[in-house]
Design a protein around this ligand. Structure first.
Ligand code: HEM
Length: 514
């Protein structure tokens, strides 16, 4: 055979193919020894997919994958494994978890998500930011979530819940099935619309709402998500190298324009409202009047792009998480009638005392707090926490250290379901959260919002939304599980989703209380 003027023999071709296959194979296994070198026990991986083959092909939800790994390291404080080719350390011991998330936080500043903020400007947000820039931004944004600001948002929450009750009544009158996840997603979209953007998104009133569609599309596993997932099997930074964006341009423009137009309208018309955009606009004004060195890492200037990216993350991080938690809590109340009756009793008594559902009255509902805590225990929407080592850290009891770039996973879901901390973990039991029972558990065994300085910034906002919605619903309706849903039990989680969500639709009957 003749190629490029050279005589190519069959041996040459054979040699080339074997070399190529060997290189590819080596690439698929070259991270296998990562944990062994550090003297850390690890789970036997398979080439390319490490310990996440079932996850990669969509046969497993990420929480199930973490449960399998958690069970494998039964009596160990930690263990090494590979997500595709990336080495990860799963830390199981609560004391060690506290050390990583809180005490030794300087060693674990970042989440280690591989995002390209230039390629995807909406990713330049608090969730993805790293190091000193994250710290400076977090300090700036924290006041937006103070209890004072939250208290002022009560009327906005109530307006949206009234619209939800309107939707429930309309569907019940027409004898239509009520898909709770979809209804709660609409509610949470409208709440974020009102509290973040100061706009009426109207998803509850208008089935064609653009915002509901946007929210649904952005979280749905698209072809883009699948391509990026596949690329990550090869290398975490491949999507960025090849310019494959996380969000398509139309969605990115939609959010950036929404924020810019809202700000312009307010500036031109001298409108001020009680919402996140206003708080961020006020912070931006302060930044504009200060002399800040743009090259100083410990300063961030809140410009239009950063403002849009962070309003965007409030939307993304804020609506699906609360909507799904509400769905699971209503499901559990519908299947546990005694708990529902007890909760309604508390809501009615407190409502009579305060004459309203608001920040103060919900603060007085202890049992409501326990029901929500138990929901977040059984269904911790985020499933796990991740940290990237930012300063070498000696792994207690091991030969080696975690080096900069090594990543740690905190398995929240398996810890929340470990009978050692929560006997009979599948049982929905709010009494696990009485003050005595809470005290009896080690720290870092309840982490639905994470822990340490990177704990969820929106936790108080989310809890207030959950409390307002659940108490208002229980005041007006009795919840029972629809026969159509009963037939599909037990609940299964949707694979290929980062957050937990039921694979089956959950239909609930809402019977009006006279
Ligand atoms: C039930 C509702 C929610 C749950 C279960 C939840 C859960 C979480 C978790 C587990 C984290 C990671 C914490 C860590 O790594 O230690 C997180 C981070 C975050 N959440 Fe939430 N979240 C909820 C609602 C919200 C809401 C309503 C907002 C905003 C309005 C929000 C905004 C954020 C942001 C910006 C971060 C990144 C914080 C940082 O890195 O500094 N979340 N959330």
């Amino acid at each position: 055979m003749n190629a490029f003027g050279y005589e190519v023999s069959w041996f040459d071709i054979f040699f080339l193919v074997v070399s190529l296959v060997s290189i590819i194979y080596y690439f698929g296994i070259n991270t296998f020894s990562h944990w062994e070198k550090k003297g850390i026990k690890f789970m036997k991986p398979v080439p390319f997919f490490g310990n996440t083959l079932d996850l990669a092909i969509g046969r497993q939800h990420i929480t199930t994958c973490h449960q399998v790994i958690y069970d494998y390291f039964a009596d160990d404080a930690y263990g090494g494994w590979l997500a595709n080719r990336s080495p990860l350390l799963m830390v199981k011991d609560p004391e060690l978890i506290q050390q990583i998330l809180v005490k030794d936080f300087v060693h674990f500043y970042d989440r280690g998500t591989t995002v390209d903020m230039k390629l995807d400007p909406l990713n330049a947000n608090l969730l993805n930011m790293t190091g000193q820039r994250w710290k400076a931004l977090r300090q700036k944004l924290t006041p937006a979530f103070s209890s004072g600001k939250l208290k002022l948002m009560s009327p906005q929450f109530n307006e949206c819940v009234d619209d939800l009750c309107g939707l429930i009544d309309e569907k019940s009158n027409k004898k239509e099935l009520i898909d709770v996840q979809e209804s709660m997603s609409k509610l949470a979209t409208d709440v974020i619309g009102s509290c973040a953007f100061g706009l009426q998104f109207n998803s509850l009133k208008n089935p064609e709402s653009e915002f509901r569609r946007m929210g649904r599309d952005i979280l749905r596993p698209s072809w883009r998500f699948k391509v990026r997932t596949f690329m990550r099997v090869i290398s975490d930074s491949l999507p960025s190298l090849l310019g494959v964006k996380a969000f398509d341009k139309s969605k990115e423009d939609f959010f950036i324009n929404l924020v810019n137009d809202t700000m312009k309208y307010r500036e031109d018309n001298k409108v001020e409202r009680n919402d996140f955009i206003q708080i961020l606009m006020n912070l931006k004004k302060i930044d504009e009047n200060m002399e800040i060195d743009p090259n100083n890492e410990s300063h961030v200037i809140l410009d239009d792009k950063l403002l849009a990216a962070n309003t965007f993350i409030f939307f993304i991080a804020g609506f699906e998480t609360t909507a799904t938690t509400l769905t699971f809590s209503m499901y559990e109340l519908a299947v546990n009638q005694e708990i529902q009756d007890k909760l309604r009793q508390e809501v009615q008594t407190t409502f009579e005392k305060y004459g309203a559902i608001n920040y103060d009255s919900t603060k007085d509902m202890d049992y409501l707090d326990r029901v929500i805590s138990e929901t977040l225990r059984k269904y911790p929407i985020a499933g796990s926490l991740i940290r990237r080592c930012t300063k070498a850290w000696q792994v207690p009891g091991a030969k080696g250290k975690l080096e900069v770039g090594d990543r740690v996973v905190i398995p929240v879901y398996p810890i929340h379901h470990d009978p050692k901390y929560y006997p009979d973990p599948q049982k929905f039991d709010p009494e696990r959260f009485t003050p005595e029972n809470k005290r009896s558990r080690p720290p870092c065994t309840y982490m639905p919002f994470g822990d340490g300085p990177r704990i969820c910034i929106g936790a108080r906002f989310a809890l207030q939304e959950l409390k307002t919605t659940l108490s208002s619903i229980l005041l007006h309706y009795k919840l029972t599980l629809n026969e159509k849903s009963k037939a599909t039990l037990p609940l299964k989680m949707k694979p290929r989703r980062i957050l937990m969500q039921s694979e089956q639709e959950i239909y609930i009957n809402f019977t009006k209380i006279k």
